[in-house]
Write a protein that binds this ligand. Structure first.
Ligand SMILES: NC(=O)c1ccc[n+]([C@@H]2O[C@H](COP(=O)([O-])OP(=O)(O)OC[C@H]3O[C@@H](n4cnc5c(N)ncnc54)[C@H](OP(=O)(O)O)[C@@H]3O)[C@@H](O)[C@H]2O)c1
Length: 312
């Protein structure tokens, strides 16, 4: 099938690749809540009804599903195998999707004059250093990180190619935080890992940043994380204190545990620092300079994930 077979439907609408995913879904909802239309891909709708409701059946593995996509000026690539554990366990199979096919697809888009905005990760670094500069040499320690580093390079080589490295994205009603809040309110004990860290940003901030990059025709490499790392234990303690628990209650209800107590690590063959690096923060100065988008504190991010529960 020739690449020019791509449908010319609506050049104005952005295209979201992976519209069922957490980030792609949040991006799609945000654009629509602003009164704008969007086209998005799914693997959950069977082929045969292309474009209904702006949804297009698409599989990175199947080039035949690429050619019916609507034309767009910008495509946000949010699709792929996103589990660090799964990439480690099946490196060849996941590299086919996350690297080979994603690069071919980004090149396919580029041939249509469509810029790709690829969502990448802090895991292209080894996590030994805080606030890593975007220009630092990548040094991934996992298959997932190596795959992302490879696809980043290819996307950045394309005209207008854009990469956004993000640390952890916290979505509204995050499962873990919701469960912790509910258990704490019910007077129950929660367990939180003291030697695992994150520098999360809210889904709203991630999406705002993606949309800003979507308008940035020049492309380039950008990074987004919270200002600092916080351990899961400190996050849990902060949530407990915010709910009004006193010091004694926090000590009783929030139990510290070690990441070595978590199940599943052995199956991946990874060392604890590979699965959960000590540092996850990135140097985000380019976003602030170009778009006025500043890194949040972890506390600001937590508030956004538990709206109405945590005090402003
Ligand atoms: N969420 C975060 O905290 C975070 C942080 C840093 C970077 N990122 C990056 O941001 C992107 C989006 O992450 P996410 O959290 O939204 O991931 P997610 O919820 O796992 O979504 C991944 C999406 O990719 C789709 N997909 C998987 N294999 C596919 C294939 N062969 N062809 C087409 N679509 C396929 C999935 O469809 P199905 O549902 O049908 O499988 C799903 O829609 C990823 O690249 C991830 O690495 C995320």
């Amino acid at each position: 099938m020739p690449v020019d077979a791509i449908h010319s439907v609506d050049h104005e609408k952005p295209l979201i690749i992976g519209g069922d995913g957490k980030l792609g879904g949040h991006l799609s909802q945000t654009i629509q809540s602003q009164g704008n239309a969007v086209n998005a891909t799914t693997r959950r709708q069977k082929p045969g009804d292309p474009g209904e409701g702006g949804l297009y059946y698409f599989d990175l593995k199947d080039r035949e599903t690429w050619v019916g996509l609507p034309k767009a000026a910008v495509a946000y690539i949010c699709a792929g195998v996103t589990s660090v554990e799964r990439c480690e366990e099946s490196p060849t199979e996941t590299a086919t999707i996350n690297v080979e096919q994603t690069i071919k697809f980004a090149e396919f888009l580029s041939c249509q004059g469509c810029r790709a905005v690829l969502i990448s990760t802090n895991r292209v670094f080894d996590g030994s250093e805080a606030h890593v500069a975007a220009a630092s040499e990548t040094c991934p320690t996992t298959a997932y990180g190596r795959q992302k580093a490879a696809v980043e390079r290819a996307v950045l080589a394309l005209p207008g190619g854009t990469v956004l490295r993000v640390s952890k994205v916290l979505f509204p009603n995050d499962n873990l935080i919701s469960r912790w809040l509910s258990d704490l309110e019910n007077g129950e004990e929660i367990q939180a890992v003291s030697d695992m860290y994150q520098s999360p940003v809210s889904a709203d901030l991630a999406v705002k940043t993606m949309l800003a990059l979507g308008t940035h025709r020049k492309g380039g490499l950008f990074q987004l994380s919270a200002k600092s790392d916080m351990s899961y234990l400190d996050i849990a303690r902060h949530l407990a204190t915010s709910l009004g628990l006193d010091g004694a209650q926090v000590r009783t209800q929030v139990r510290a545990m070690s990441r070595s107590e978590l199940p599943g690590l052995a199956a991946t063959g990874l060392q604890p620092d590979q699965l959960s690096p000590r540092h996850t923060t990135l140097d985000c100065s380019a976003l602030e300079e170009e778009f006025g988008i500043a890194s949040p504190t972890v506390i600001e991010t937590l508030r956004s994930a538990a709206t109405g529960v945590l005090p402003d």
